[in-house]
Design a binder for this molecule. Sequence first.
Ligand code: ADP
Ligand code: MG
Length: 381
Amino acid sequence: MDEAQRILVVDDEPGPREALRIILDPQYQVVTATDGPEALRVIHDTPPDLVFLDVRMPGMDGLEVLKAVKDVDSRIEAIIMTGYASLETVRGALAYGASEYLIKPFSEDEVDEAVKKALARRAERMGEHQQIQTLLEDLRGLAVQNSLLRERLAHSEKLSALGEMAAGIAHNLNNILAAIMGRAQLLVHGPADAETLQRGVATIQRAVEDGATMVQRIQRFARGGLASEFRATDLNQLVQETVEATQLIWKDQPLQEGGTIEVVMELGALPPVRSRPAELREVLINLILNAVDAMPAGGTLTVRTLVRGGVACIEIADTGIGMTEEVKRRAFTPFFTTKGAKGTGLGLSISHALIRDQHGEIELQSEPGKGTTFVITLPLQ
Ligand code: ADP
Ligand code: MG
């Protein structure tokens, strides 16, 4: 330090006060005070590095002054002086943050040593304080950077939601086009009796309607994000139509590992359900196509509707490969797929969003090698 360090000596007795001044004067800048209040005034005006405090003083005693000094600035070091070695006083002084104590009468060497120790401690604490100050400044800088990053992240999240949406649209349009293509091909090549023809055209019409609804939804999303209207829906009819439509995608194509998929429908008596029908169809298509993917060697696809616990349930169960714990945990995560380039990993995440939007729930039970059951629940009308 360039300047001499400041030491304040507080003692009501002139003897020790002047003795200290004489010992310290050549090396330090010494100021004296005769009682607590005067000492505090000095500390406020020009804070010292170190304070000598006599314990026994009229009015404020040394410990009280010590407390007040530490309240002003805890980095000011203090040396307590007492005329007798009271362990209790010494303990109190150390508890209040005194760094040393001297027992009167003291020698010059004792004073020197106590001052050196106290000032060394102060230097160390000032260093720590400096480090903390630097850390605080660093932290403030980081906080600013962090809020900038967060802003940018919020912005990019919006962008990625759009990206996800775009990928989801492509995925769903593909499903719809596949349904149309499947039926159209059958009509072109197959025996076209009047009934087959009519059913085929009806299927195509529904697929086109779903596609149109989806396009409308995208337009609404772009304008501010409202989905299609809620309607009282006959779930059984909707489920039946959807199973029929999806069957066209895979029914006449040989499965990857041979075998066939048997479809079992178990439709219970259901009151009308409040739903957005086009969105619900989209969800069922996703679940059914996943089930088909999960049964490359064939199996049974069971579609059930029922009322349980006051809500409508749709269950889509397969006897396919099932899911490991990890796949189960991540299945609803956007872009999670185990199908490589063939998968988008969006079917389940979009389905989840669509069902939640209809105040419903979608859950799954699965066991590797045994199969998977998806359960959709929707509130009754
Ligand atoms: P994608 O079908 O494009 O992979 P999804 O979101 O539809 O994306 O499904 C995510 C993943 O969940 C699938 O890749 C698959 O691992 C798993 N999964 C979904 N449905 C089933 C099912 N019925 N049986 C086994 N695994 C399934
Ligand atoms: Mg899928």
